[in-house]
Each structure stands twice: as structure tokens, then as C-alpha cells.
Design a protein around this ligand. Structure first.
Ligand code: CA
Length: 642
């Protein structure tokens, strides 16, 4: 009897324990009843669940007092009979005699307009046709070419001729798919596409623009990018259609995730359900602001860590997301990032900004900073060394670096070429920021020269290179991307660079109008040589494993640098040692001078695949080196092989 009792206790405990640490609260819809749950702090006094007919306005059709799942526990539950599909709900939690205010809870997976109320949908009914057959394209990290884009930038301008301008659905259109395929990128990194605050979804007929780094509901697509934000299932279905169309084209979808802060504190789902639990505080009781946005979440707390892990898993499972870019990853702790890495399949690509925007109320050595990337296998960080080594320092738009013919940035370029790994040819003491290699493997470094932050490449070149002509602008633009696309790191480009986009010199365009942020698709006809070069360069990289070996040992063995000169960086790859490589000795040189320069290579005949702002992997011409010297025209890259 005693054994049976203890067995029974064990079974009951096994059933209850998962409840008490239920990772995904919110609503569990059933056609005859829906179960609701919400997690609170231990001192919560009362929780009201309200059911509404609409996502905004009106009186509740039902108000239910929720009950604690366990005496003294933090999980509150309620079951409401009937078919609630199409209805909305809120939680309201009372602490110290006061209700904190209604909210959708942290685990809403569908919401009404502006994300104020959770929505009750049957998720199975949100799948587009053929969704069960949708598969993530199989592309190893070393082969990825990332394309960072904002939905509205990409498709809002009339010149793009999109049907669904500024919407998720634009990415399902042949115009979009055709362009991405022609360019050759194989992963789109979409700027925040979860539900954010700064675009009012009730006024979508008015022009509104925001990047979306102001999260409200982490587990719901943004309503502003849907064709009807009032109908909760529409944004979910359209997001899935977008993923499906891209996957069919062999393109991965990477989500920009912003778990490091919320839009505000008092109104957030976090704060309204578990006050002060999810945010870090300073010793004096004020909120820490490592995000630079007024607050910073506490990934080191079990509940926040679990929230992040489950949220990432949810996007993988429900939306078939292929990867995640962590905004201000340096605000999160290493343990959390490793827990996320371990929780998702290996082919999910994870990278982030290895820095914070202010000081965090957590020890720096435990934060997921770039310098700590070696403690996070399978996670990559953006290389600001390479970026700023090319375009110039982040704190001044007018300062140039390598591209502007400023000497002293050569080792930063080499650092980026090697993929931020330990390489005997790099003098780390001369690298602009990282005085040591930070990556164990080259796939832990994101190679780039521009992203949504700061000026785009064209604007930066105009601002930093005195008297720049359009010819020079194009030359330097193509030179910059040749460095990026021949890096052993994972290359990344900002959408529109392939059509020589500009943002009219606006540095921080997070809420600038379309006239600043939009892509002007007529630029493709205006500067056809730019798109041509980009696509040929990308095709060359993809076809030649020498440019993306994927292993630090292979890079150290097969890549060596030629003697460095001011504003001239060159390297050699022994292609014979790279599996699958058809080229033998490959020489790559970047000349940022306004005059032609030469490098010394072994005497012989070489096929020229990139020279004087033309690129063609089939070969532009051949060159017979005289006395082992080969010329690189001004402000351009040269790639030859035998
Ligand atoms: Ca929103």
C-alpha cells in the first residue's frame, strides 16, 4: 500500500511539475473548451481573465477569476467552456491591492490589432496549403549568404511593381523571389517581424515607418505587415506563406529577434504579469539600460531564459524559421545563448551583435559579448573590426578607413578575411578593436560592410571620401563587397546595396519616411553593372569552396597573406588542398589606392576572374605575369587563379 501510495504521489507530481513550470502559458484552444494559464510572481493576489468579442474596444463578454494550479504556486489557470474560436482575451493580475492592467500575457501566439489582446485561434487552420510539406532548405553555415531586409524598404516603392507593397506577401511574389534568386543570396534576414509597437495597426492607410525594435508580443507576427491586422489568423497565415515561398526557392528565413528589451516597462506583458521579474535592475533599484532603450531584460533569470528558449523553439516549430539574429546579444548571458543553441537543430543558424548599447547590470565575463564567442560554439558575431576597417569608425560618419585610402586598417581587413580566427598571418595588435581572434571557427564571424544601422554604403562613401565621383563610388562599393564575399566568415549584405541604394545621408533611419528608406528599383536599370558584379561575385563564392572553407584548420593551412602594404591587402589560397575546389593557386588582392598597384605572384599564366570592376568566374581574360608581377587597377579588387 505504501509503495502504491508513493507511486501515486510520483505520478501526480510528474503531472503537476510540468504544469508548475509550464513554459508556454496563454491559451490552449479546444472546440468545446479553452484552457487559459498565466505565470505570476508568488505574491500575486488575484488574476482576472476577460473574454472579448473584439481585439479592441467593447465590454468583456465574460470575466473569470483564475485559480492557482498549486497552493502558493505561480501558475494560474482557468477553463472556459464553449467554442471560443474568434474571441479575444486578457489577463489582469493584482499585486498589493492593485490590478496591473490588462494584457495578452507573455505567451500569446495570436493577437488582435495592435497586440492589446490575445486571440483564440485554431493554429492548425492558419497553415497555407502544402505547409506540412514545407522544409527548411539544407544549407550549412559556411555556405550561407545573408541578405538583411526590411519588409517596407524592400517593396513599398511603386518602382518595385509589387502587389502587396510593404507586406509579408511581397516576398511571395515572383518579382521578389526572382530578384533574390538572380542575386544569389540564400538566406533573407528579415528585420523585426514579431508584433512591435511603433506602427499603429489601426492607421495602416497612413504612411508609417519603423524598423520595429520595440517588441510587444514576441510570439506573434507583426500586424502592420499583414493585409488585415484585425483578423488574427491572417498575419499568421501570410507569414507562413512568405516562409513557404522562400523555402520553395531554396532561400532560408532568418528572424531578427529583440529579446533584450521591451517597448516600455509598465505596459509590457512581462511587467504586468510578473512585475520586476524579467528586467535587470541596478544596485540603486533603478532599471538597468544595457539596451539603450530604457530597459534590459534578465536572461540570467530562469523564467526569462526559459521564455527565450521556448520562443525560439516556437518560431522554428510553428513557422519553420531557419535562423535567428540576436539584437544586442551582448545583453544576454552566455548560458542562455548556449541553452538556445542546444534547444534547436544544428542547422538553425544563430548569430548576433556581440555588444550592448550601454552597461548591463550583469558581470561582463558572463555576457554573450563578441570577445566571449569562443565559449559559445555554433554562435556567430558581427565583425565590427572588418566593417569599420573598410568604411571607417562607427562614431564618425565623415571618417574613412581602407576604402577611403586611409592606411593602417590592413590588419583589420585581414582579420575579417580569415574569419576572426587565430591565423599566423594576422598582426592582432594592429586590428582596430579586437586585439585577439575571437572566433574558434570562421563561421562564427559575420562579414559585412553595412547593415540597417548607420549609413548605408553609398551614403558612407559619399560622407567620408572627399570629392568622390560616381565612378569612384561604384568602384569602392564593389571593392567593399569583394572583401565581404571573399571572407572566410559568413557574408552578409544590406538589401539594396546591389542597386546602389542610398538613404539620402540619414544615419539612423529607424523611423524615416519611405522616401529615405525605400529601395528604388529603377536603380537596377540605372546601375546595371553593380547588380551584375554582385551576382557574379556571389556566384563565384558559391561555386568555389576555397572562399568558404568552414574550418579554422583549413583556413590556417590553405590561406596565406602576401606582404602587406598601405591600402593594399592580398592573399593566396591553395585550392588544391580544398575539397571540391577546381582552381589551383588563387590570388585575391584589394587595392584602395587611387592608382594601380602591383603584387608579386609566382611567374606563370593565370585566369583573371575579377578585375577592374568586372567579375566572371568563367574568366575575363588570362594574364601572363612578367617577373612575377601582376597589376591591380585603382580602387578595385583582382582575383586570378591557375
Ligand atoms: Ca504591432
Amino acid at each position: 500500500m505504501k509503495r502504491i501510495t508513493s507511486l501515486l504521489v510520483a505520478i501526480i507530481m510528474a503531472l503537476l511539475v510540468p504544469l508548475s513550470i509550464n513554459a508556454r502559458t496563454g491559451v490552449n484552444y479546444g472546440p468545446s473548451a479553452s484552457a487559459f494559464s498565466v505565470e505570476t510572481n508568488t505574491d500575486a493576489q488575484q488574476v482576472k481573465l476577460r473574454i472579448y468579442k473584439d481585439g479592441l474596444g467593447g465590454k468583456p463578454v465574460k470575466t473569470v477569476n483564475m485559480k492557482r494550479a498549486l497552493k502558493g504556486g505561480t501558475l494560474w489557470q482557468a477553463s472556459v467552456k464553449g467554442d471560443l474560436k474568434g474571441m479575444f482575451y486578457t489577463f489582469d493580475v493584482k499585486y498589493g491591492g492593485k490590478f496591473r492592467g490588462e494584457c495578452a500575457g507573455v505567451w500569446a501566439t495570436a493577437v488582435g490589432v495592435n497586440g492589446k489582446r490575445g486571440a483564440i485561434v485554431n493554429m492548425a487552420e492558419t497553415d497555407p496549403q502544402g505547409w506540412s510539406a514545407d522544409k527548411r532548405p539544407s544549407i550549412p553555415a559556411k555556405d550561407l549568404i545573408l541578405y538583411e531586409m526590411h519588409h517596407r524598404d524592400f517593396s513599398i516603392d511603386e518602382s518595385g511593381d509589387f502587389t502587396h507593397r510593404g507586406k509579408f506577401l511581397a516576398l511571395t511574389e515572383p518579382r521578389a523571389i526572382g530578384h533574390l534568386k538572380a542575386l544569389g543570396v540564400n538566406a533573407v534576414h528579415i528585420l523585426p517581424s514579431f508584433d512591435y509597437a511603433s506602427v499603429d495597426e489601426t492607421r495602416l492607410d497612413e504612411p508609417q515607418y519603423n524598423w520595429g525594435y520595440d517588441p510587444v508580443n514576441y510570439n506573434v507576427p507583426e500586424g502592420g505587415y499583414s493585409t488585415d491586422p484585425y483578423k488574427p489568423e491572417v498575419r499568421i497565415n501570410e507569414f507562413k506563406q512568405m516562409v513557404q515561398a522562400l523555402h520553395r526557392a531554396g532561400i532560408k528565413v532568418i528572424l531578427d529577434v529583440v529579446y533584450n528589451h521591451t517597448w516600455d516597462i509598465d505596459g509590457s506583458n512581462f511587467q504586468r504579469t510578473r512585475p520586476d521579474y524579467y528586467y535587470r535592475k541596478n544596485a540603486d533599484g533603478t532599471y538597468s539600460n544595457g539596451s539603450g532603450c530604457g530597459n534590459e531584460t534578465a536572461s540570467d533569470r530562469e523564467g526569462m531564459r526559459q521564455f527565450m528558449v521556448e520562443s525560439v523553439k516556437y518560431w522554428v516549430d510553428e513557422y519553420h524559421i531557419d535562423g535567428f539574429r540576436f539584437d544586442l546579444m551582448g545583453v544576454h548571458d552566455i548560458e542562455t545563448m548556449n541553452a538556445i543553441r542546444a534547444a534547436v537543430p544544428q542547422d538553425i543558424f544563430i548569430y548576433g551583435e556581440g555588444w550592448s548599447a550601454g552597461s548591463c547590470a550583469y558581470p561582463g565575463e558572463k555576457l554573450a559579448m563578441k570577445a566571449n564567442i569562443q565559449q559559445m560554439p555554433g554562435i556567430a558575431a558581427f565583425s565590427d573590426c572588418m566593417r569599420d576597417g573598410l568604411r571607417g569608425p562607427w562614431d564618425s560618419n565623415s571618417k574613412a578607413a581602407f576604402l577611403g585610402g586611409v592606411k593602417g586598417y590592413e590588419e583589420s581587413i585581414k582579420f575579417g578575411i580569415a574569419g576572426a580566427i587565430q591565423h599566423p598571418g594576422v598582426d592582432y595588435s594592429k586590428v582596430n578593436y579586437s586585439k585577439a581572434p575571437y572566433a574558434t571557427e570562421p563561421t562564427q564571424m559575420i562579414a559585412y560592410v553595412s547593415c540597417h544601422d548607420d549609413m548605408c554604403l553609398v551614403d558612407r562613401l559619399k560622407a567620408s571620401v572627399k570629392g568622390i565621383t560616381i565612378d569612384e563610388l561604384i568602384r569602392l562599393d564593389l571593392l567593399a563587397q569583394t572583401v565581404v564575399m571573399t571572407s572566410q566568415g559568413v557574408p552578409f549584405m544590406l538589401s539594396g546595396e546591389e542597386m546602389l541604394r542610398d538613404k539620402k545621408g540619414v544615419h539612423n533611419s529607424y523611423e524615416s519616411p519611405d522616401s529615405i528608406n525605400h529601395l528604388d528599383w529603377t536603380n537596377l536599370e540605372r546601375y546595371p553593372q553593380v547588380m551584375d558584379y554582385y551576382k557574379n561575385l556571389i556566384a563565384m563564392r558559391k561555386a568555389h569552396p576555397a572562399f568558404h572553407m568552414g574550418s579554422a584548420d583549413m583556413v590556417r593551412r590553405n590561406l596565406d597573406f602576401l606582404p602587406t602594404e598601405n591600402c593594399l591587402v592580398a592573399f593566396h589560397i591553395n585550392g588544391r588542398n580544398v575539397p571540391g575546389e577546381s582552381w589551383g593557386d588563387i590570388y585575391v588582392a584589394f587595392n584602395a589606392h587611387k592608382r594601380a598597384r602591383t603584387i608579386e605572384v609566382p611567374e606563370g599564366t593565370y585566369t583573371v576572374v575579377c578585375r577592374n570592376i568586372k567579375c566572371d568566374q568563367a574568366g575575363l581574360t588570362t594574364v601572363k605575369t612578367k617577373g612575377g608581377k601582376v597589376t591591380i587597377p585603382a580602387q578595385s579588387a583582382l582575383i586570378i587563379h591557375n
